[in-house]
Design a protein around this ligand. Structure first.
Ligand SMILES: *Cc1c(COP(=O)(O)O)cnc(C)c1O
Length: 428
């Protein structure tokens, strides 16, 4: 345990528990629902973590933030390099969105291609500390593929529960990383329920992000980085897509920590983006009520979460940052995938592109103002889901290897930006 960790606070009953009082991962009184938040002694942390610390620290990975994490990352130097992903300034797409400035945090540059690597790397090091050999989780895809990736590197094994609709790229990753994959003949909710029973039965390390408070701490490193990469003057808004709610909770926590340490003067407003086909947070926000289970009816698989597992942290992250929730259609997501790829050279999976589609809609609705600046967290690489990418674009053209045929074709398409092809290689 990091020496700056003071207590755990239950997000349901608000009771603070001493570190030694908590045996499992959740609140001893509230059980499974009692997701814990890690509380730090910021006064003590301040003495170590200040501007000088960041100036002098040479490690350009997420582990440069080790003093702000809840686990001791022994052996992190043996891990695949995770974090310190690029923060690009948009060159063109901000004009299309109608904002003054857009920064793109490219989490696709992590080892397994998504932001989930930040949480999975923590899980693997925590399991090593606890001498556990097998890790398990249920996942819409990225939590699993990132866990399998980091566990493989460190010689641990993984058992993964995925809903049967998980996209091909993610399933391929799992198989290549050598994971035991159980594709559950059901949706994410059902995959989650089975993983929970299995973890209890077999005593595996639990990497279900909502339940395990250390994982949100890992995810917060994305916010710590964004702030540092902006010289501790982050943009007005941070936009990110939301499924279970752990990512946005982590983003808030990172900025919250920096505010407590006096390194930033305000927390950026958070824009939580969901797909219209599965938007329980957006509904709860507009009805000012509690979360109601939603259908999982979207092609953005990573945010197709009908029963979010981290509702309290996610709702309060947006509320406390004076942010907003918004839902976007699958069509808007696909359109934004193409726009982002073709104007900035960045390929996002649908769930990631949803965040940017949310920015456009928030600008259209006057929630984000034209003179404001935005950081969009691009949460996952588009290569993970080629099938949905195909839906967003026209197919390539199939031609005989003949210059004459090519010339005819070039004349036909003329000034059209995209060729009207009809050919897709068979992926099945
Ligand atoms: C998991 C994931 C999200 C959402 O994160 P939650 O913690 O489930 O809210 C968004 N985008 C991608 C690509 C993801 O893998």
């Amino acid at each position: 345990m990091n020496r700056f960790v003071k207590q755990y606070r239950c997000t349901i009953c608000n009771t603070c528990h001493g570190v030694k009082e908590v045996d499992g991962l959740t609140c001893p009184t509230c059980g499974e629902q009692g997701i814990l938040d890690v509380l730090y002694d910021y006064d003590a942390m301040k003495k170590i973590v200040n501007l000088d610390y960041f100036k002098q620290h040479k490690d350009l990975t997420m582990w440069r933030y080790a003093p702000l994490l809840s686990i001791i990352p022994n052996r992190h130097d043996e891990m695949l390099e995770t974090g310190w992903t690029p923060l690009h300034q948009a060159r063109r797409i901000h004009e299309h969105l109608g904002v003054r400035k857009l920064l793109i945090k490219d989490e696709g540059a992590n080892p397994s291609g998504s932001l989930k690597d930040r949480a999975s790397a923590i899980a693997v090091l925590d399991a090593l500390n606890k001498k556990q050999q097998t890790l398990a989780c249920s996942s819409t895809g990225n939590a699993a593929s990132s866990l399998a990736c980091h566990a493989a590197r460190m010689g641990l094994s993984t058992v993964i529960f995925v809903p049967k609709r998980a996209p091909l790229g993610k399933l391929a990753q799992l198989a290549i990383y050598g994971s035991k994959v159980i594709a559950v003949d059901g949706d994410y909710k059902q995959a989650y329920a089975l993983s929970k029973q299995a973890i209890q039965t077999y005593g595996w390390y639990n990497r279900n992000a909502a339940i395990n408070p250390h994982l949100v701490e890992g995810k917060k490193t994305v916010a710590l980085e964004i702030a540092e990469q902006c010289d501790f003057k982050p943009t007005d808004w941070i936009a990110v897509s939301v499924g279970d709610g752990c990512t946005i909770a982590g983003v808030f926590k990172g900025f919250f920590d920096l505010k407590q340490l006096g390194l930033i003067d305000h927390i950026p407003r958070l824009l939580g983006v969901q797909s219209k086909g599965c938007a329980p947070f957006v509904q709860a926000f507009h009805k000012k009520g509690t979360l109601v289970e939603a259908e999982e009816n979207t092609l953005a698989d990573s945010i197709a979460v009908g029963i979010p597992r981290n509702p309290v942290k996610a709702l309060s992250a947006v509320a406390e940052s004076k942010g907003h929730w918004i839902a976007v259609s699958d069509e808007a997501i696909l359109e934004m995938m193409v726009k982002l790829g073709s104007t900035e050279g960045i390929f996002a999976e649908p769930a990631a592109a949803a965040g940017l589609a949310g920015v456009r809609q928030a600008v259209a609705e006057g929630i984000i103002k034209a003179e404001e600046s935005v950081t969009f967290i691009m949460t996952g690489n588009g290569l993970k889901d080629p099938d949905n990418a195909r839906k967003a674009v026209r197919p390539p053209t199939l031609l005989k290897p003949s210059l004459a045929d090519l010339k005819k074709h070039m004349e036909n398409i003329g000034e059209q930006e995209h060729a009207q092809g009809t050919f897709w290689p068979d992926l099945s």
